[in-house]
Design a protein around this ligand. Structure first.
Ligand code: AMP
Ligand code: MG
Length: 308
């Protein structure tokens, strides 16, 4: 078997996914098949996916896969522990913005208010292998699914005997093992401000050995309109992009599912409440604030990169 370092890339989950590992190309190609399968389960636009069927069931029970059940359960727990800041039931409000297509627009307040009416995760029911949404509710798993999928790809590579890998699903990173020389992977934290050239540069580094590093940022997905930047992480109270002191937040922890699930609410809650949430879940957090201040959990080994 060819056990060189290999890389595959694919467009799934509305982003670019790059998976590199010390293994043969056949194994890596299979990870893209896994991505395709997860897209088929979790996409809200692909007809027949678990999420699509839930969103179109008009209040009826829907049989869903064990994967979707686990993601739903985690999302509902996050809803409770963040007092509703993390809310997958806001699908209709997210759709109004069209962040993922060329029809991007700023919805009106009344439109958003209507889209948010009844967006209460407490009304989502799960029983055995089925789930039910109230008629009219639409869920959006964009804030939590990539972490789950990264863990599944990681588990698959480990089962195949792979000892070194970097799984990068649009910035949601999971690493396996270390670099060939035994030192940990260095994961760059990109500037969440400035023009494209600046945002491709790293301001900090976190090392990772069998860890996940996940960033949520106001800069990644959004659009300019009349001099204002509208980004994709929404305040569930208004349906408008979250406005606080945070530009980006990065989490390091073992498990990518937890890292992704917790990073989105950490951005929404801001650095003060966020630190409490991070402590509760035992994850390391690095905030990059609008005033260029960096706030991070005690003990986190963050390396700053000099510009120039
Ligand atoms: P992430 O990049 O993991 O922070 O996820 C951002 C994605 O989560 C967005 O593109 C939306 O699909 C979804 N989303 C936006 N706002 C929220 C929210 N308040 N709670 C849960 N999911 C959200
Ligand atoms: Mg997330």
């Amino acid at each position: 078997m060819d056990t060189m370092w290999n890389t595959v890339t694919g467009q799934y989950f509305n982003t670019v996914n790059t998976i590199s590992a010390e293994c043969g190309r056949d194994i890596l190609e299979s990870t893209l098949v896994l991505c395709e399968c997860f897209e088929g389960l979790l996409s809200k636009t692909r007809e027949g996916s678990d999420v699509w069927r839930l969103n179109h069931a008009q209040g009826e029970w829907v049989l869903i896969s064990a994967h979707t059940q686990r993601i739903l359960s985690m999302a509902l727990t996050m809803y409770e522990t963040t007092n509703g800041a993390f809310n997958i039931a806001m699908g209709k409000a997210v759709n109004l913005w069209h962040f993922n297509d060329k029809k991007q627009r700023v919805p009106g307040r009344e439109e958003l208010r209507r889209a948010l009416a009844g967006a209460d995760c407490g009304r989502i029911e799960q029983k055995g292998d089925s789930a039910r949404l109230p008629a009219g509710m639409e869920i959006d798993l964009g804030g939590i699914a990539k972490g789950y999928i990264a863990d599944e790809i990681g588990a698959y590579l480990r089962e195949c005997g792979v000892r070194r890998a970097v799984i990068n699903l649009g910035g949601n990173i999971l690493t396996i093992g270390s670099k060939a020389d035994g030192t940990p992977w260095q994961i760059g934290l990109q500037y969440p401000v400035g023009d494209r050239a600046k945002r491709e540069k790293y301001w900090g580094l976190l090392h990772s050995r069998d860890n996940s590093i996940v960033t949520s940022g106001c800069y990644e997905r959004g659009f300019w309109r009349d001099g204002t930047w509208y980004h994709h992480i929404l305040d569930p109270r208004s349906g408008m992009p979250v406005q606080n002191r945070v530009l980006s937040v990065t989490v390091r922890t073992k498990d990518s599912f937890l890292a992704d699930a917790v990073t989105t609410p950490l951005l929404i809650l801001g650095e003060r409440e966020g630190m409490e949430l991070a402590e509760r879940y035992g994850v390391e957090v690095v905030y990059y604030l609008k005033n260029n201040e960096i706030v991070y959990t005690r003990g986190t080994e963050l390396m700053l990169v000099r510009e120039g």
